[in-house]
Design a protein around this ligand. Structure first.
Ligand code: TLP
Length: 338
């Protein structure tokens, strides 16, 4: 089976399993796990923030960020197809008691003027804007890179209005590698950031949130309240260190594979690639084949290829470190036959 459902399906490489076995551990709720501490220091440095916190998942990291930044009754501005709005089970309203206000975008980049006009202040009738959320790369926009210049413009507006900015950077390293930038180039225009260790970077579990020292102290308490205070978590942090040190540069291979796959798909009658393919995600429209995404995905599965639906006639294919060039060519062969 060639599994292109997501880059979350990747299994830890041998060096990660070895590091898990050998990890020095302690009780992380007492901040005594030296491997977790090392991962958090490394991540804070890479992300250009004062402190970082190891959390169980991207979803938990985003939720902790909203809980820490906001109070109940706040409004959160976020892109209309963002993961926090679309795929987190309504958690920000369920847990943080905030309401969402979604804004349109072009390939994940919201217009700073639209953001500015959506910010609400202390009028007695209105909810106050507690947070602006960005996502880079943007998943539902097909792994699209939100330009640093756009992030800078949104951050400027946010600062002028004293509203914090949280970045869902689940795949931020994909953007940085594709644009030959540092992740700090993006995170300098955010108050806080969440990055996933368990997607293209290949760790089995975990995410990082990073921000100011006072933010992370409050976030640590929210993590505990949510049951995310882990004990000998060094066994999970150890592969995270390898993810950040050894697995970043190789994301370029995933991007090369994605472009190869997209180019091949463009030559198949009845299929069209509907995203820019900036990074490791390809969105394919199946409508001209007269097939729904569900049926198309079933046919792929029968022939040993897995994908997910991103809409009635949209299929998402995602490359990752367990997909080789030969497998990409095999997928194209399969798709030519459907
Ligand atoms: N995305 C998953 C699914 O939830 C859709 C995927 O397969 O792409 N932010 C972004 C931008 C994400 O894409 C994801 C996961 C998350 C946050 C949540 O991360 P986890 O799965 O660790 O909670």
């Amino acid at each position: 089976m060639i599994d292109l459902r997501s880059d979350t399906v990747t299994k830890p490489i041998e060096a990660m399993r070895k590091a898990m076995y050998e990890a020095e551990v302690g009780d992380d709720v007492y901040k005594e796990d030296s491997t977790v501490n090392k991962l958090e220091e490394l991540a804070a440095d890479i992300l250009g923030k004062e402190k970082a916190l190891f959390v169980t998942s991207g979803t938990q990291g985003n939720q902790i960020a909203v809980l820490t930044h906001c109070v109940r009754g706040n409004e959160v501005l976020l892109e209309e197809n963002s993961h926090i709005f679309y795929y987190e089970g309504g958690a920000i309203s369920a847990f943080a008691g905030v309401q969402t206000r979604t804004l349109p975008s072009r390939d994940g980049a919201m217009d700073p003027l639209t953001v500015e006009s959506a910010i609400r202040g202390n009028d007695i009738h209105e909810p106050e804007t507690g947070l602006i959320c960005l996502e880079n790369t943007h998943n539902r926009a097909g792994g699209a890179i939100v330009p640093v210049s756009n992030m800078e413009a949104v951050y400027k507006v946010a600062k002028e209005n004293q509203v914090p900015v949280h970045l869902d950077g689940a795949r931020l390293f994909n953007a940085a590698v594709a644009e030959r930038k540092l992740v700090k180039d993006y995170t300098q225009y955010t108050s806080t950031v969440q990055i996933c260790l368990s997607k293209g970077l290949g760790a089995p579990v975990g995410s990082i949130i990073a921000g100011s020292e006072s933010f992370i102290e409050k976030a640590r308490k929210w993590r505990k309240r949510l049951g995310g205070g882990l004990r000998q978590a060094g066994v999970l942090a150890a592969p995270g260190i390898i993810a950040l040190t050894d697995m970043v540069e190789r994301l370029e291979d995933d991007h090369i594979h994605a472009k190869r796959l997209a180019n091949g798909i463009r030559n198949i009658e009845g299929l069209s690639v509907i995203n820019k393919v900036d990074t490791n995600i390809i969105l394919v429209d199946t409508s001209e084949k007269g097939l729904s995404s569900k049926v198309y995905i079933e046919r792929l599965k029968e022939k040993g290829v897995r994908a997910v639906s991103f809409g009635p006639t949209t299929v998402r294919l995602t490359t990752h470190h367990q997909v080789t060039k030969e497998q990409i060519d095999k997928v194209l062969f399969v798709m030519q036959g459907i």
